[in-house]
Design a protein around this ligand. Structure first.
Ligand code: AMP
Length: 309
């Protein structure tokens, strides 16, 4: 499989009711690529500044992620995000966003990256997402994530970008905000009418729902007793989902059973992500732990395990 992700590569400052970190490796593309790396080869593309060091690259290399398309900009500063969460961990409150090297980033992908079969446009300015989509004209399956900031400041561009992908992953509140449609089913249909054939609504601690033209599937989140930091959960979800899908071949996205398993792998990776700060849990994860939690999801959600009454 060949899977490329483009999105933010960042330093994050995060405060939750359970602790804080002043500067840790983060970014949508980082969380995505670590999660997807359990399923096959992943390439990550995007700019970083001079402050991005070998330690940060090492986290990606340890998981086998190809970083050849990470561009280090001389004199530049890496994207920085500061956020905080109240006791409702579903809502991140952004306190600061410094685009740094993303401010004048012009994607120039290597031939290897342009040939990726599967592409994920992780959260970043939608004009950049579209430029990348256009460069990867051979990609047979493309997904995208976005956020309220871009709905509010670059809506038209975001709608055009959504028109060029097969799968849209967004928070339920953002799907409603984008479509100005309060009913989630109708809002998902409205996103599908923009282009994608699959819409995944992420619902934080309540799980995720998948909409296609003729189907619906929903999973709860894994019932964790310890949640320390939800940052990156959405990207880890998308990484587990698309990583698995890419490993099955891009055309498998039309198979309802494969899509359900992809939803489950997404939920598994997201659940591990939130157990600790930033990338700390996912970078130490094993495939056995992933399969173990996948099996728990199977028994937790199956009516077949109820004894006939
Ligand atoms: P999520 O999966 O939604 O929790 O995404 C968390 C990641 O998104 C953090 O690691 C941030 O670095 C990154 N992020 C926050 N704001 C932005 C933004 N405006 N553009 C791109 N990435 C962002």
């Amino acid at each position: 499989m060949s899977l490329l992700v483009v999105g933010s590569i960042a330093f994050d400052a995060v405060k939750t009711p359970f602790g804080e970190r002043e500067r840790m490796l983060g970014g949508s593309a980082v969380h995505f690529s670590l999660a997807a790396s359990f399923f096959g080869d992943v390439r990550v593309a995007g700019p970083v500044g001079e402050d991005f060091g070998e330690d940060e690259l090492g986290v990606l290399h340890e998981r086998g992620v190809n970083t050849d398309d990470i561009e280090r900009v001389a004199g530049g500063k890496t994207f920085f995000w500061r956020g905080r969460y109240e006791f409702d961990l579903n809502t991140a409150h952004t306190e600061d966003t410094q685009l740094g090297v993303f401010g004048d980033f012009e994607p120039k992908l290597s031939p290897e990256s342009r040939q990726a079969e599967t592409l994920f446009l992780a959260n970043i300015q939608p004009d950049l997402q579209r430029e990348v989509r256009e460069q990867c004209d051979g990609a047979r399956l493309a997904g995208l994530d976005s956020m309220n900031l871009w709905i509010e400041t670059a809506r038209d561009s975001l709608v055009r970008t959504i028109g060029g992908v097969d799968i849209a992953f967004m928070n339920d509140a953002e799907i409603r905000q984008l479509t100005e449609e309060p009913n989630l089913v109708q809002a998902a249909r409205a996103v599908m009418s923009m282009g994608p054939r699959v819409v995944v609504a992420k619902q934080g601690e309540y799980g995720a729902s998948l909409f296609t033209a003729d189907g619906f599937f929903s999973l709860p989140a894994y019932p964790l007793e310890t949640v320390r930091d939800p940052t990156g959960a959405g990207d880890s979800f998308a990484g587990g989902f698309l990583g698995y899908l890419a490993s099955e071949g891009p055309e498998a996205a039309g198979d309802p059973g494969v899509l359900r398993r992809a939803m489950t792998y997404g939920s598994v990776l997201a659940s591990y992500n939130v157990e600790d700060f930033g990338t700390e849990r996912v970078r130490a994860l094993s495939r056995d732990e992933i399969e173990g939690r996948f099996a728990e999801f199977r028994s937790m959600t199956s009516l077949d395990t109820i004894p006939a009454g």
